[in-house]
Design a protein around this ligand. Structure first.
Ligand code: VG1
Ligand code: CO
Length: 542
């Protein structure tokens, strides 16, 4: 039986950089999740009888919302829903399942790297049939719909047992509970040289992966410990927990510090890696070398042919605007197309669909390729292991040789979290007003060459995205970028991105913050960060 339930709209269901993210108590309000799910379905056309993929990162509230999605999908007329066992699907695995089974789309439940638990974050995101995040046109339509929604439809049926693989009937619709790992692990085995990585590991190369109590645990165990032969226990924090074991599942030098310290210690592992809540981010650390995500993109692109899935070379590279230009130098040398997009993976989809780019990356620990339409943490980790296995050089050697060849892009991001929203908006407004007067001005040794508010015209469909971050570009290739986060759930987060290019190999050993010190202070001078936010420093430096 299908029930139509009257509801009243909520005004705050605007998807951000990656779906709708709110605290659990917000999502738990009467009809809140239902309104948003119905708004998604109301914004789509032609899905009758088609398949929908559903899964999440296992965080608190995941199972409850999955049951709602299943019953509402049945009411909306989907023919089938494929859901990961236990409600689990990493974001890249969900993207793969959508593509492999030609589903109409998918709903991914995650707030990514944000903490989980009864008072922490939850999120809902819609992905289209190419496996990628819905483009702005669709997220806008969902938001518009959510503002006027008056009713939703739901099947009156018992909950589905999510823990048993198999096919079930839900009010005439099929629910297929699938193994969340199998298809993804098989895809990784196609792309990478597992034999070479197995030899590397059996030869004594010690690898650890920290899944941070989040979704990649079962994936990493299957791939690293079972298929690649790493000793049991090589995957740490491998059980997905509703609160991630109290961890903040963000793979960076702050939240994955234990792993970093371990790899850096004299008798620690040779290679360490971590992924975030939903498995799309990665951090790679080699003995004596932390790989910045921007460098990782460049180095993967430069060495792509090491991996069987990329043996014929790559079509082109894309990076988000704040990501360093390290990859641009690789594209130039290899004669590849290079694209600069706004922040968020959704902007890469059209470029990949059109065959313009193969490899994409973001400075926020996101790297991926056209094998799916999401960034992919384990993919990046395996790519690095594949490169190390083929080149028979350490991570540190590979990175240093890359810098020697292309120059080094010193890079850092400073986050000012939970800043007062008005103060953050005021800072950005004031910057915008200053833009025209900045070019030609000199700050110490730094002369401003150009300054703008980044806008992007999609080369495939011509859609335009404005206000994507303020850039101040200096002569010689240094720059500072200011943006407000679109994924936070309380207050505003100001992100300051700082980059300096150093071609001289004798100067590649400076500590990053020291190498960027002059730019960091100029950024504060231009944007009045300390004065306007009342903070004397960032909350997180990556
Ligand atoms: C952040 C990152 C962005 C990333 C997004 C989603 O967005 O900066 O690069 O695509 O998170 O990543 P923002 O708007 O807060 O800067 V994830 O791992 O949350 O899916
Ligand atoms: Co994520």
């Amino acid at each position: 039986m299908i029930r139509t339930v009257p509801t009243a709209p909520y005004k705050d269901q605007k998807p951000g950089t990656s779906g709708l993210r709110k605290k659990v108590p917000v999502f738990a309000q009467e009809n809140y999740a239902e309104n948003f799910i119905q708004s998604i379905f109301d914004s789509l056309e032609g899905f009758a009888g088609q398949a929908l993929v559903v899964g999440g990162d296992g965080r608190y509230y995941n199972r409850e919302v999955i049951q709602k999605v299943l019953k509402m999908a049945a009411a909306a007329g989907f023919g089938k829903v494929m859901v990961g066992q236990g409600g689990i699907l990493s974001t890249p695995a969900a993207s793969h399942v959508i593509r492999k089974y030609k589903a109409f789309g998918g709903i991914i439940l995650s707030a990514s790297h944000n903490p989980g638990g009864p008072t922490e974050d939850f999120g809902i995101k819609y992905n289209i049939g190419n496996g990628g995040p819905a483009p702005e046109k669709i997220t806008e339509a969902i938001f518009e719909r959510s503002r006027i929604i008056e009713e939703y439809r739901i099947a009156d049926a018992a909950d589905i047992d999510l823990d048993t693989v198999g096919s079930f009937d839900l009010a005439g619709m099929t629910v297929e509970v699938i193994d969340p790992v199998a298809d993804y692990a098989a895809l990784m085995e196609e792309l990478f040289d597992f034999a070479a990585i197995r030899d590397l590991i059996s030869g004594g190369f010690r690898v650890v992966i920290d899944s941070m109590g989040a979704v990649t645990g079962p994936y990493a165990r299957e791939i690293l410990e079972k298929r690649l032969g790493a000793p049991a226990g090589s995957v740490r924090n491998a059980t997905p927990l509703p609160d991630f074991g109290g961890h903040h599942p963000d793979p960076n030098l702050v939240h994955a510090k234990e792993l970093y310290d371990d790899v850096m210690s004299a008798d620690g592992p040779d290679f360490g890696a971590a992924s975030d809540g939903d498995g799309d981010r990665n951090m790679v650390v080699g003995k004596g070398m932390f790989v910045t995500p921007s460098d990782s993109l460049a180095i993967i692109a430069a060495n792509a042919r090491c991996a069987p899935g990329y043996a014929d070379g790559i079509a082109g590279i894309a990076r988000s605007m704040p990501t360093s230009a390290a990859a641009d130098r690789v594209a130039e040398k290899l004669g590849l197309g290079m694209y600069e997009t706004p922040t968020g993976w959704k902007y890469f989809g059209n470029l990949m669909d059109a065959g313009k780019v193969t490899v994409c990356g973001e400075e926020s620990f996101g790297t991926g390729s056209s094998h799916v339409r999401e960034k992919d943490g384990l993919w990046a980790i395996l790519f690095w292991l594949n490169i190390v296995a083929v080149r028979k050089e350490s991570v540190a050697e590979i990175v240093r040789m890359h810098w020697a060849e292309y120059g080094r892009n010193y890079y850092s991001r400073h986050d000012y979290e939970e800043v007062d929203t008005d103060a953050a908006n005021g800072l950005m407004d004031a910057l915008r007003e200053k833009l025209a007067s900045l070019p030609g001005q000199t700050f110490g040794d730094l002369k401003v060459e150009a300054a703008d508010d980044f806008a992007y015209t999609d080369p495939i469909d011509g859609s335009i995205s404005t206000n994507q971050g303020i850039r101040v570009l200096f002569q010689g290739g240094s720059r500072v970028v200011f943006r407000l986060s679109g994924t936070g759930t309380s207050g505003a987060t100001l992100r300051l991105y700082v980059e300096r290019y150093e071609p001289d190999a004798t100067r590649h050993d400076v500590e990053t913050q020291a190498a960027l010190a002059d730019l960091i202070s100029v950024a504060d001078e231009i944007a009045e960060i300390a004065k306007r936010t009342g903070r004397d420093g960032p909350t997180v430096i990556t």
